[in-house]
Design a protein around this ligand. Structure first.
Ligand code: NDP
Length: 329
């Protein structure tokens, strides 16, 4: 028998965006259902120390923060469902979504908070040293490399911004790029080239992240020269992989407007998508800020936007009853 869950507000994703939307929606009496997805808690569950989420003087742990957010959402009345949505139908009202086990979810509104994943180089040595010198977020982890030698890998806006950001902590920053040209904006490039504490190593790729010490951590990189020069080893304390992010939007392709990078397009200053009643928040629509606190902020916006949408729809329904034809005769 098919199980059907109905809600005035369905929320996909359970990172800071989805859970904040759930807290606001539940407190507005909308009894939201949160479909948690493959990685309940989102990207923060794979980070460790968090020192930039406001409200905590001491360092907190990412997984703990997400457990607390979920507990708060449940406490105020949100319901969690563990499922993976594999099909959406936005042509009907309510919207219909299907989970991979066949469960059906119906929502008068939908908040999409499916997030994004940092892209990695996919080297075994990278996997081995993640969280021990190898990171994909300088804003999150840069502080731990105060006074250390670090590299940033990539040539886009993210890489250049992360290299510039790292100069707040380190006076020895190297940008490693696989080509001889950056693709980042000109103004960022100018700031990068003008900075006395940043060097660029062109036409290089990382062959291996080298582990050493006890306990084991990143100590060096083996670099491959793209023009065929002999490989070289450089000693480093930290490496930030900044080769782009992939928003989790495959499910919505063809159903919602996406931008040229695959992020969900929203009306500026709102979380409204191209389909009325569908809202997007967090990293799935934000390629610039990508912080837990900004995701939580747009999650709040989504719940408020969706609540307003429902109130207007209810008002319409109550005040615009179909006019009955007067009986003739
Ligand atoms: P981009 O896709 O723009 O850049 C990725 C970079 O990583 C490229 O230089 C690419 O090299 C390199 N790269 C990709 N794969 C590999 C690999 N396997 N090995 C080595 N290098 C690799 O990603 P960004 O995250 O920088 O930006 C994504 C979007 O977000 C862009 O539209 C950007 O403008 C936007 N953005 C805007 C910001 C702002 O406005 N402040 C801040 C951050 C992002 P190659 O050049 O050779 O392809």
């Amino acid at each position: 028998m098919t199980v059907t869950h109905k809600s005035r507000m369905l929320i996909l994703g359970s990172g800071p965006a989805g859970l904040t939307a759930a807290i606001y929606a539940a407190r507005a009496g909308l009894k939201p259902i949160v479909v948690q997805g493959m990685q309940p808690g989102g990207q923060l569950t794979i980070t460790t120390d968090v020192e930039n989420y406001p409200g905590f003087r001491d360092t907190i742990q990412g997984p703990w923060l997400m457990e607390e957010m979920q507990a708060q959402a449940e406490h105020v009345g949100a319901r969690m469902e563990w499922d993976q949505i594999v099909e959406v139908d936005f042509s009907r009202r309510p919207f219909v979504l299907k989970g991979d086990g066949g469960t059906v979810y119906e929502g008068d509104t939908l908040v999409i908070a499916t997030g994004a994943q940092a892209k990695w180089l996919n080297l075994p040595s990278e996997e081995h040293l993640k969280g021990r010198g190898v990171s994909a977020c300088a804003t999150c982890d840069g502080f731990f490399y105060r006074g250390k030698k670090v590299v940033v890998i990539g040539g886009g806006n993210t890489a250049v911004e992360e290299a510039l950001y790292m100069t707040n902590h380190s006076d020895d920053v190297i940008l490693i790029h696989r080509r001889d040209k950056l693709r980042s904006e000109k103004i960022l490039q100018e700031r990068l080239f003008a900075h006395p504490n940043i060097r660029v190593m062109w036409n290089r790729s990382v062959g291996t992240f080298v582990a050493g010490g006890e306990p084991e951590k990143l100590v060096a990189l083996d670099l491959v020269d793209e023009n065929g020069a002999p490989a070289e080893r450089i000693e480093v304390d930290g490496a930030f992989v900044a080769i782009g992010h992939a928003p989790a939007t495959e499910l919505f392709r063809g159903h919602l407007e996406l931008d040229s990078d695959g992020y969900i397009a929203v009306e500026p200053g709102t979380t409204r998508t191209s389909v009325p009643g569908v809202f997007a928040c967090g990293d799935v629509m934000d390629k610039i800020y990508r912080q837990a606190v900004t995701a939580a902020g747009t999650g709040c916006m989504s719940a408020l936007d969706a609540e307003k949408f429902l109130a207007e729809a209810d008002f319409e329904a109550a005040h615009h009853e179909p006019v009955r034809e007067a009986a003739v005769g």
